[in-house]
Design a protein around this ligand. Structure first.
Ligand SMILES: *[C@@H]1O[C@H](CO)[C@@H](O)[C@H](O)[C@H]1NC(C)=O
Ligand SMILES: *[C@@H]1O[C@H](CO)[C@@H](O)[C@H](O)[C@H]1NC(C)=O
Ligand SMILES: *[C@@H]1O[C@H](CO)[C@@H](O)[C@H](O)[C@H]1NC(C)=O
Ligand SMILES: *[C@@H]1O[C@H](CO)[C@@H](O)[C@H](O)[C@H]1NC(C)=O
Ligand SMILES: *[C@@H]1O[C@H](CO)[C@@H](O)[C@H](O)[C@H]1NC(C)=O
Ligand SMILES: *[C@@H]1O[C@H](CO)[C@@H](O)[C@H](O)[C@H]1NC(C)=O
Ligand SMILES: *[C@@H]1O[C@H](CO)[C@@H](O)[C@H](O)[C@H]1NC(C)=O
Ligand SMILES: *[C@@H]1O[C@H](CO)[C@@H](O)[C@H](O)[C@H]1NC(C)=O
Ligand SMILES: *[C@@H]1O[C@H](CO)[C@@H](O)[C@H](O)[C@H]1NC(C)=O
Ligand SMILES: *[C@@H]1O[C@H](CO)[C@@H](O)[C@H](O)[C@H]1NC(C)=O
Ligand SMILES: *[C@@H]1O[C@H](CO)[C@@H](O)[C@H](O)[C@H]1NC(C)=O
Ligand SMILES: *[C@@H]1O[C@H](CO)[C@@H](O)[C@H](O)[C@H]1NC(C)=O
Length: 725
C-alpha cells in the first residue's frame, strides 16, 4: 500500500473521521507521494519504539525477543514488526512465539497499527480496551492464550470502529458479552469467541448496525436463552456456529432469510422444534448443517433435496422420526450423513445412495430402520465408514460390498443379519477394512472355520460377540497379523483356548468371556507381547477410528489404543491352575478369570502385575491362602476373589481395611478383621509370617474397593463388550 504522509492515506480507513470511505488521491497529490517516496523517513519514531518496548517490558517471558528489539535500532526492523512506508508500525505479528505475561495497553498508542496477531502464546490477564477500541486496528487475533476477565463495554460515545476481524477464541474470557455499546463495531466481518466461558444471550447487536458480518463463531461457551431474531439481520452471514452452549427454544424463522449461509451449526444445545419445510429451501448455499445433540423432532422435509450444495448433514442425537425422504438423494454433494440416535424408521432404501458419489461416511446407529442393507449404498465407491448398528435390518450382505474399496470401518452390530459365513467370505476382500463390528447378529449359527477365509490384512479390531455362535475359536483369526482387539464374548464357542493367540503380536485386548471353552489356560497366553511390556506399544499404528466406537451410551473411543489392556476369560469352563507365568503380563490393566473351574493357588507372581486395576478371580475353586503381600498392585481399584475355597487370613491394615466383605464372600476358611470369621491367634500368626517373607512383593494390593462401581471408566470397561456397536 502506498502511503506516505500523515494527512493522506489512500485506500485506508481514516482514524480521524472513523469512516471507511476510500480517499483517491488526485494527480497532484500522487506526485507529492512519489517525491516523498524518494526520501523515506529513516527510522521509526521514538514514541512508537517506546510503546513497543513498554509492551516487551510487561511480558514476563519474551522468548528472546529482546535480542532483536534493541533500543538503539530501527523498530521497523525488529522481529515481528512491519512498518508502513512512513515508518509507522502497521503490523505486529508475534503468533506462536512462546510469549508470557500481560498484553500492554501501550500497543494502543501505535496510531497506525492495523494488524495485531498474538495468537498461540501463553499471554494472561485481560485484553486491553485500548486495543479493542483502537481507531486503527482492523485485525486483532489473540486466539489460543490464557487471557481472562470480561470484554469491556465501549464508552457510550464510541464512534464506528474499524475492527473487522476479532479472534479471541480459546482463552479464559467470561461474563456477558458486551451489549449495546458494541453496536459501534460496524465493520466487523469475522468474530470468533469460541472456546471461552461467555454467559448470557448470544450477541447479535452488531447485526443491526453492521450488515458486513460474515463469520460468527460462538461455539463452546455458556451462552443461554433463545436465539434472537436479530440474527436474521446479519444478512451476509456465511458461517454461524453456536454449538456446545446452553441455548434453548427454537430456531428463529428470520434465520432462514439468510440465504448466504454456508455453515450452520447449533450442535449440543437444548433446542427443539422441527426443520421447517418451506423456509429450509431459502438456505440454498448451505454446505454444513449440524443440529446434532438437541431435542429436534419431526420428519426430515422433502425440501431438503433442494439444498444441492449440502456436504455435511448431522442430525444425530435428536428425536427425529419417520422415513427418510427420497429427495435426500438430490443432495448429490453429500460427504457425511449422521443420523444416529433418533427414531427414524422405514426402509433405508428409500434414499437412492447411488446418487451420492462423494459420500464418505454414513452413520444411522440406533434407529429403527428396517429392510435389508440397501443395494444402492454399494455404489458409493468413496465410502470409508458405514455404521448401521442397532436397527432392525435383516437379510444377507451382498457381494457388491467388495466395491467399497476404501471401506475402513463397518459396524453391523445388533440387527438381524443372517449367514455369517457368507458375510465373512465377502468382507475378507475389503482389504482396507480396519474395524469390523458384527456382533449381535447371525443368531445361533456355526462360527465358520475354513481355510478359505483369508484376507482381512488390515483388520485391527474384530468384534463378533453375542451371536450365540457355536464351534471353536476359528483358526483363520490367527492370520490377522495386525489384530489389536478381539472380542468373541457371549457365544457358545467350545474347545480350548488356542495357543496361537500369543502369535498375534499386536493384540492387547482379548475378550473371549461367556463361552463354553474348556481345558487349561494355555501358558503361551502369558507370552502375549503387548501384555508383557509397554515398550511394544510404540510400533502400533495410532490409527483413528473413522467413527467413534461406543462402549457405553456416553463413552466413545476414537482410537483403538484408548481401549485398555484386557484379558477376559470369565464365564467359561476352564480348568487347571492359573499359570505361574501370569506375573509376566506386566502391562495388563484388567484380568478377569471369574466363573471358571480353576483350582490350585493364586500364583505368587500375580503380585508382579503392578499395573493391574481390575482383578476378578471369583467363583472358581482356588485354594490356599491369598499370596497378598502388604505392598503390591498399587493401582488396583476393583478386586474380587469371592466364592472360592481360599483359606487363611486376609492381610489387615492400610487400604485393606476399606475392602468390602463381598469381595471375599464365599470363602468360609478365610479370616480377617473385616470378615465375620475373625482370625484366631494361629491364623493371625500365619499372616505375619506371610508378610515377612523375603520374596514378597514390594508394592501393595492397595484397594480403594469402595470405588468398584464408583470409578466410571472402570465400570464402563467391564460392560464394554456388551455395548460395542
Ligand atoms: C500511551 O499514551 C498514553 C496517553 O494516550 C500515555 O499516557 C502513555 O504514556 C503512552 N505510553 C507510551 C508507552 O507511549
Ligand atoms: C531508549 O533510548 C532513549 C535514548 O536514546 C532513552 O531516552 C530511552 O529511555 C531508552 N528506552 C529504554 C526503554 O531503554
Ligand atoms: C495469526 O497467525 C496465525 C499463525 O501464523 C495464523 O494461523 C492466523 O491466521 C493469523 N491470524 C490472522 C487473523 O491472520
Ligand atoms: C485472571 O487470572 C489471574 C491469574 O492468572 C487472576 O489473578 C485474576 O484474578 C484473573 N482475573 C479475572 C478477572 O478473573
Ligand atoms: C482467527 O479467526 C480469523 C477469522 O476467522 C481467522 O482468519 C484466523 O486464522 C483465526 N486465527 C487462528 C489462529 O486460527
Ligand atoms: C475459531 O477458532 C477456533 C479455535 O479456537 C478454530 O478452530 C476455528 O477454525 C476458528 N473459526 C474461524 C472461523 O476462524
Ligand atoms: C429431485 O430431483 C428430481 C430430478 O432432478 C426432481 O424431479 C425432484 O423434484 C427433486 N426433488 C426434490 C424434493 O427436490
Ligand atoms: C471420490 O473422491 C475423490 C477424491 O477424494 C473424488 O475425486 C471423486 O470424484 C469421488 N467420487 C468418486 C465417485 O470417485
Ligand atoms: C486402500 O486405501 C488406499 C487409500 O487410502 C488406496 O490407495 C488403496 O487402493 C485401497 N486399497 C484397496 C485394495 O482398494
Ligand atoms: C458346552 O459344552 C458341553 C460339553 O463340553 C456340552 O455338553 C454343552 O451342551 C455345551 N453348552 C453349550 C451351551 O453349547
Ligand atoms: C517378579 O518379576 C521379577 C523381575 O521383574 C522377577 O525377578 C521375580 O521373580 C518375579 N516374581 C515372581 C513372584 O514371579
Ligand atoms: C472344588 O474342589 C474340591 C476338591 O478339591 C471338590 O471337592 C469340589 O467339588 C470342587 N468344587 C467345585 C465347585 O468344583
Amino acid at each position: 500500500m502506498l502511503v506516505s504522509s500523515e494527512t493522506m492515506q489512500p485506500l485506508q480507513f481514516s482514524n480521524k473521521t472513523h469512516n471507511n470511505k476510500l480517499y483517491i488521491p488526485s494527480l497532484g497529490l500522487t506526485l507529492v507521494l512519489l517525491i516523498s517516496l524518494a526520501s523515506p523517513a529513516s527510522s521509526c519514531t521514538e514514541q512508537e519504539k517506546t510503546s513497543l518496548l513498554q509492551f516487551l517490558t510487561e511480558l514476563s517471558w519474551d522468548s528472546g525477543l529482546a535480542a532483536s528489539w534493541q533500543n538503539n535500532t530501527d523498530c521497523c526492523k525488529w522481529e515481528g514488526i512491519i512498518c508502513r512506508q512512513d515508518r509507522m508500525v502497521a503490523k505486529v505479528m508475534l503468533a506462536s512465539k512462546g510469549l508470557e505475561g500481560h498484553i500492554s495497553e501501550c500497543l494502543g498508542n501505535l496510531t497506525r497499527l492495523q494488524y495485531l496477531n498474538l495468537s498461540h502464546n501463553s499471554l494472561s490477564g485481560g485484553l486491553p480496551l485500548e486495543l479493542v477500541s483502537s481507531s486503527s486496528i482492523t485485525v486483532l487475533d489473540v486466539n489460543f492464550n490464557q487471557l481472562n476477565g470480561t470484554l469491556h463495554e465501549l464508552p457510550s460515545s464510541t464512534p464506528a470502529q474499524p475492527l473487522q476481524v476479532l479472534n479471541i477464541s480459546s482463552n479464559l474470557f467470561a461474563g456477558q458479552f458486551p451489549s449495546t455499546t458494541w453496536k459501534a463495531m460496524e465493520n466487523l466481518i469475522a468474530l470468533n469467541t469460541s472456546n471461552n466461558s461467555f454467559t448470557g444471550q448470544i450477541p447479535t447487536h452488531f447485526c443491526s448496525s453492521s450488515r458486513s458480518l460474515v463469520v460468527l463463531n460462538l461455539c463452546l461457551n455458556k451462552f443461554s436463552g433463545n436465539i434472537l431474531q436479530k440474527l436474521g439481520n446479519c444478512s451476509k452471514l456465511r458461517e454461524l456456529r453456536a454449538g456446545y452452549n446452553n441455548l434453548s427454544g427454537t430456531l428463529p424463522d428470520e434465520l432462514f432469510n439468510t440465504a448466504t449461509l454456508e455453515h450452520l451449526s447449533f450442535r449440543n444445545n437444548d433446542l427443539h422444534g422441527a426443520i421447517d419445510s418451506t423456509r429450509t429451501t431459502n438456505l440454498r448455499n448451505l454446505v454444513t448443517l449440524d443440529l446434532g445433540g438437541n431435542r429436534f423432532g419431526g420428519k426430515i422435509p422433502d425440501s431438503i433435496g433442494q439444498l444441492k450444495k449440502l456436504e455435511e448433514f448431522h442430525l444425530d442425537n435428536n428425536k427425529f422420526s419417520g422415513e427418510l425422504p427420497s429427495a435426500l438423494s438430490n443432495c448429490t454433494n453429500l460427504v457425511a450423513i449422521d443420523l444416529k440416535k433418533n427414531n427414524f424408521s422405514g426402509q433405508l432404501a428409500k434414499v437412492n445412495f447411488s446418487n451420492l458419489p462423494n459420500l464418505k461416511t454414513l452413520d444411522v446407529y440406533f434407529n429403527s430402520f428396517t429392510g435389508t442393507v440397501l443395494e444402492s449404498i454399494y455404489s458409493c465407491s468413496n465410502l470409508t465408514a458405514l455404521r448401521v448398528s442397532t436397527n432392525k435390518l435383516t437379510g444377507q450382505l451382498s457381494p457388491r460390498l467388495i466395491d467399497l474399496k476404501y471401506l475402513t470401518f463397518l459396524s453391523l452390530t445388533t440387527n438381524s443379519f443372517i449367514n455369517i459365513a457368507n458375510a465373512l467370505h465377502i468382507l475378507k476382500s475389503c482389504r482396507n477394512l480396519t474395524t469390523l463390528l458384527i456382533g449381535s447378529n447371525f443368531k445361533g449359527e456355526l462360527m465358520p472355520d475354513d481355510n478359505t477365509i483369508d484376507g482381512f490384512e488390515n483388520l485391527h479390531v474384530l468384534d463378533i460377540e453375542s451371536c450365540k455362535s457355536f464351534g471353536g475359536i476359528p483358526l483363520w483369526i490367527s492370520k490377522l497379523r495386525k489384530l489389536e482387539v478381539l472380542i468373541l464374548s457371549e457365544n457358545q464357542l467350545s474347545g480350548s483356548v488356542p495357543a496361537w493367540i500369543q502369535t498375534l503380536s499386536d493384540l492387547f485386548y482379548l475378550d473371549i468371556s461367556n463361552n463354553n471353552l474348556t481345558g487349561e489356560i494355555p501358558t503361551t497366553l502369558m507370552d502375549m507381547p503387548m501384555l508383557k511390556s509397554e515398550k511394544n506399544e510404540a510400533h502400533l499404528d495410532p490409527r483413528v477410528f473413522e467413527l467413534p466406537i461406543y462402549a457405553a451410551p456416553s463413552l466413545q473411543y476414537w482410537v483403538p489404543m484408548a481401549l485398555r489392556k484386557v484379558l477376559d476369560l470369565s464365564n467359561n469352563k476352564l480348568t487347571g491352575e492359573i499359570p505361574m507365568e501370569i506375573g509376566q503380563l506386566k502391562s495388563l490393566l484388567s484380568l478377569d478369570l471369574s466363573f471358571n473351574h480353576l483350582t490350585g493357588h493364586i500364583p505368587q507372581s500375580s503380585c508382579n502385575l503392578t499395573n493391574l486395576q481390575m482383578l476378578d478371580l471369583s467363583n472358581n475353586n482356588l485354594t490356599v491362602a491369598i499370596p497378598v503381600a502388604p505392598n503390591a498392585l498399587h493401582f488396583l481399584s476393583a478386586f474380587n476373589i469371592s466364592n472360592n475355597n481360599l483359606e487363611g487370613p486376609i492381610p489387615s491394615g492400610g487400604q485393606f481395611d476399606t475392602f468390602q466383605n463381598s469381595s471375599f464372600d464365599g470363602n468360609p476358611k478365610l479370616c480377617g478383621s473385616v470378615l465375620t470369621h475373625k482370625c484366631d491367634s494361629a491364623e493371625a500368626h500365619q499372616a505375619i509370617i506371610l508378610s515377612r517373607k523375603p520374596t514378597d512383593c514390594k508394592v501393595a494390593f492397595v484397594i480403594a474397593f469402595n470405588a468398584f462401581f464408583g470409578v466410571g471408566v472402570l465400570y464402563d470397561q467391564l460392560v464394554l463388550a456388551r455395548y460395542f456397536s
